[in-house]
Design a protein around this ligand. Structure first.
Ligand code: IPE
Ligand code: IPE
Ligand code: MG
Length: 242
């Protein structure tokens, strides 16, 4: 199943570097997060224009709660503002929104905003935009496995039915293809607990660009890098396969 992809169907992004961007500008970290939210709007448009089906962005990890409370509070306010202000425009642009992560940790206003945004954009058939909030790969897999264990206890599932497919069907990303390309901005070369199950064969692209500076040129550089990759999925390149 070796293939030379030209354009990814699904891009995942770890939007990192807001704090360092703000520091470089002599501004508070909150200004970096605001600029990061503008970068996300630009990127959604650019990704949509390039005919990519699905974009999954890491906005807030399950570990980000451990940041100073003033920063967490600001991030939650920014999220609620985006839910109130930006969903109509996304809807007009035919974007289908979905949130992945454990949402019970959020207050009722945010949970309601997420629910309304998903319902409003449910039937859109343009870009599928998944926003990971209070998301952690370990938590997601644990949650999936716990649900299967409960089904076994209830007698509706047998242990041998705990297959890779059964686990996938319990993940937040159920029904979506795995990401073809991961972009991480901000220079760090790690996954930070993002889409651990889903990224088994994802191509990884790391850039030093800080997220608020990310633009169409950076996206195109990542796409060019991706188009040069040879994906093998554990098999041999086609020419040696004969
Ligand atoms: C990413 O930027 C945004 C979130 C994690 C919410 P950071 O806030 O991690 O920025 P740096 O890594 O400190 O520069
Ligand atoms: C990953 O960035 C999470 C998000 C971008 C939302 P972090 O800044 O939290 O990751 P670490 O701490 O550098 O691994
Ligand atoms: Mg960071």
């Amino acid at each position: 199943m070796s293939q030379s992809p030209s354009i990814p169907r699904h891009i995942a992004i770890v939007m990192d570097g807001n704090g360092r961007w703000a520091k470089n500008q002599g501004k508070p970290r909150s200004a970096g997060h605001q600029a990061g939210s503008d970068a996300l709007k630009r990127t959604v448009e650019a990704v949509g224009r390039r005919g990519i089906d699905t974009l999954t962005v890491y906005a807030f990890s399950s570990e980000n709660w451990h940041r100073p409370s003033v920063e967490v509070k600001h991030l939650l306010e920014l999220f609620l503002n985006a839910l109130n202000r930006d969903v109509a425009e996304l809807d007009q642009n035919n974007v289908a929104l979905r949130f992945i992560g454990h949402r019970m940790a959020f207050n009722a206003a945010i949970r309601d905003g997420m629910r309304r945004a998903e319902a409003k954009t449910l039937n859109n058939d343009g870009l599928c935009l998944n926003v990971a909030v209070n998301y952690g790969g370990h938590a997601e897999i644990t949650h999936a496995v716990r649900q299967l264990a409960q089904e076994i206890t209830q007698g509706v599932l047998r242990p041998e039915q705990v297959t890779e497919q059964a686990i996938e069907e319990k993940l937040y990303t159920q029904g979506l293809p795995a990401p073809d390309l991961l972009i991480r901005t901000g220079g760090e070369k790690r996954l930070s607990n993002f889409l651990l199950w889903q990224m088994a064969y994802t191509e990884l692209h790391f850039t030093d660009t800080l997220w608020p500076d990310f633009g169409a040129e950076d996206l195109d550089a990542a796409l060019a890098d991706f188009s040069c990759r040879q994906r093998r999925f554990g098999t041999l390149p086609q020419v040696e396969n004969a």
